[in-house]
Design a protein around this ligand. Sequence first.
Ligand SMILES: Nc1ncnc2c1ncn2[C@@H]1O[C@H](COP(=O)(O)OP(=O)(O)O)[C@@H](O)[C@H]1O
Ligand SMILES: [Mg+2]
Length: 348
Amino acid sequence: MFITKHDVTDALKEVIFFARQDNIVNLDMVDDIEIKGNDVKVTIVFPKLDDPSVGIIYNAVGKKLKEKLGEEVNVDVKPVSEADKGRGPLAGVKNIVAVISGKVGVGKSTVAANLAVALKKSGNSVGILDADIMGPSVPIMFGVEGERPGVMDREGKSVMVPLENYGIKILSLGFFVQPDQALMWRGSMINNAFNQLMTDSEWGNLDYLVIDMPPGTGDIQLTLAQSYNIRGTVLVTTPQKVATADVRRAAMMYRQDKLQIPLLGIVENMAYFTPQDMPEKKYYIFGQGATDELAEELDIPILGRIPIVEKIREAGDDGTPVSLDDDSPVSQAFLDIASNVRKRVAML
Ligand SMILES: Nc1ncnc2c1ncn2[C@@H]1O[C@H](COP(=O)(O)OP(=O)(O)O)[C@@H](O)[C@H]1O
Ligand SMILES: [Mg+2]
């Protein structure tokens, strides 16, 4: 049989990359096809190479090509990474940082939003992606609630243009779904919408893309984390034992062999309360010590501690993250966190 590129492409269209729910041809993962007689060499671009999907696709490509083109075909699959190739829709994004927590209400979104602002203030180009379908709050925190992302053409495909405020690019799963409908979304729908926000969107060149991840550990978190080359996670917890126990589980999930996403460190939120008229006093409302224990156990640094401050909540509700205010001591705390994140990323 005389094999053409067309034959090979047709066969490869039957190989599905499950994490992104489409075949590898449509996903533009096939970088190169070389044919010499019965030898077929296919170069395939993956989001990252240390992922189980590489082996699965490797085997599937070999099997499919033999099935379609004949057993005598010798298949050579060469996996390369998007980063090495400088290609893929997120090629312009240098560092994806996922902000995670064990449970709802510990301040994950608040930390994600203010980390994004602090990174921006320290001279980086920054985007924020709100992937928390049950509680998408980034649009409110950035004052773009009710707005819709734009659309543009990219190589014949229409893609979303992120909203922008305070110089930060913003997209949210909340743009797709009403909060009262979120419960009815299947995992595959969430995965699909997330993929669109990541890859069918014009993020352009960014130093940091901060992702406000859904809290906890589950299929969704696993799939989202598996599909992309995440540089590291920032864990958010309050100092209670129950909160640190939950975030410990989440941390272990991201760190497990299958994902190998490094933990950058912990932000202790609501660390203490200082009344405005007694600035020297610190009340440890949620206790003290549990975060330090967790940091030691996981062998990661505490990136910073944020007190309970009314202004943080107000600023979040008003759509002006507290870090925008240069005079607030909390702004400095977030700048320090941003600086620690940069140092950790540089170490990896
Ligand atoms: N350090 C803080 N001081 C005061 N209020 C805070 C602080 N951190 C978070 N909040 C408030 O607590 C609520 C929950 O925070 P949020 O960031 O939405 O949590 P999560 O994303 O983890 O569910 C919000 O109203 C937020 O403004
Ligand atoms: Mg949230």
